[in-house]
Ligand binder design. Structure first.
Ligand code: NAD
Ligand code: GLY
Length: 365
């Protein structure tokens, strides 16, 4: 099948690690999306047991014309499997198939598959090329872009990983048609995120088009995915390894990661935890006198409207703080939070535990 409409392109500028993000309905089945990628002898498609029956075949048809041997591994599905055991299964497959250091890895799936495949690519023979083929909204607007790769540790989310950029991201919007409603909402959390941290006009646009986005209306979806990728590409282009600015992409994540780890990975979806975490981080920003209550209410309304939770679970004050301390932004024991300084502008702040405990008390239970 040839996609009549070429995919739209967003460039991420990272010197010799620069690459394109291709976005389009049908991009996965369009051979043009793969032009210029290395045609190595071996390729390994890493996917999972849910995505494989839906989308592996159309990818394999293209890859078999580009590589002599195309191997496939379907991982178990779920955040609970984003761990050493599953990662090791990718290394087992690579070694058992005699894959060399030119082998290209293709990550076909959501953020869990993408993060693990990227980490495997970073480690296997000290680094092999990989391509991101995101099939969830969350992965298309966030996780497939920017080169953060990781697995979880029982004591903290995404704690073991590497910065390692893909050669390309190919986001096929038509794959979202099979995504459960709850997962669409989870992806919309990361779309909404870009408004408060970087683009107040985009925030207003999302408010106006929220229903179309929930319904996956094609034009609205294209704009949301493209604008999200543009914002993320601009941030990552300035601060690839998160020495400063990039941390704003973690708005709501310190609270959100605590929810995910506190309840056990997989209980709340990552995007659900981020949605609720953004409301908490906005509440924190308000308590610090940075934004007004009306803006927090606006954000809460939008998060709720797309189908995300806005009330956090009651984990207990000490447990909340303990969980939030296991965060990559923590420095010398002080937890640092992404706060909204003004609509469309974010910054990092170390905040006293008493203030955060007040936010937790207000937003949970
Ligand atoms: P996921 O990968 O678990 O996918 C969600 C569910 O949808 C899974 O059950 C999956 O099998 C299924 N699925 C995937 N594509 C489908 C499709 N087209 N049709 C039907 N079902 C489909 O979760 P996610 O929300 O994509 O990603 C969350 C992960 O991403 C978390 O581990 C998070 O830490 C990570 N993440 C990473 C970054 C980064 O910068 N690297 C950014 C944000 C999130
Ligand atoms: N999702 C946060 C980041 O990529 O930095």
């Amino acid at each position: 099948m040839v996609n009549p409409k070429p995919a739209e392109r967003v460039r991420i500028e990272l010197a010799d690690r620069s690459y394109d993000i291709l976005i389009g309905a049908g991009a996965l089945a369009d051979a043009r999306s793969f032009d210029g990628l290395p045609a190595s002898r071996d390729a390994l498609v890493v996917t999972n047991v849910t995505v494989a029956p839906l989308y592996a075949q159309r990818l394999l048809e293209i890859l078999r014309g580009r590589h002599e041997h195309v191997h496939v591994i379907a991982l178990p599905d779920g955040e609970a499997h984003k761990d050493w055991t599953t990662l090791n299964a990718i290394f087992d497959a690579l070694l058992q198939q005699g894959c060399d250091r030119k082998t290209v890895l293709y990550a076909l799936g959501g953020g869990v598959v993408g993060d693990m495949t990227g980490f495997a690519a970073a480690c296997y023979m000290r680094g092999v090329p990989f391509v991101q083929l995101p099939t969830t909204l969350l992965a298309q607007v966030d996780s497939s872009v920017g080169g953060k790769t990781a697995i979880n540790h029982p004591l903290g989310k995404n704690m073991i990983g590497a910065f390692y950029q893909p050669l390309r991201v190919i986001a096929d919007l038509s794959t979202l048609a099979t995504l459960p409603r709850r997962e669409i909402a989870a992806g919309l959390a990361e779309v909404i995120k870009y408004g408060p941290i970087a683009d107040d006009e985009f925030f207003g646009w999302i408010e106006q088009h929220a229903d179309e986005l929930v319904a996956l209306q094609p034009a609205a979806l294209m704009h949301a995915v493209k604008r999200s990728c543009e914002i993320k590409a601009a941030v990552v282009g300035q601060d690839e390894r998160e020495s400063g600015l990039r941390a704003i992409l973690n708005f709501g994540h310190t609270f959100g990661h605590a929810i995910e780890a506190g309840l056990g990975y997989g209980e709340w979806l990552h995007g659900e935890a981020v949605g609720c975490g953004m409301v908490m981080a906005a509440t924190l920003s308000m308590r610090l006198g940075l934004i007004d209550a009306a803006y927090v209410a606006r954000l809460r309304r939008l998060v709720e409207r797309v189908g995300l939770p806005v009330r956090a679970p009651d984990l207990g004050r000490e447990r909340w703080l303990e969980l939030m301390r296991v965060d990559k932004k923590t420095e010398g024991g002080a937890i640092r939070y992404v706060v909204i300084e003004a609509p469309g502008r974010a910054a990092m702040r170390a905040v006293p535990d008493e203030v955060v405990a007040g936010v937790v008390a207000e937003c949970s239970g």
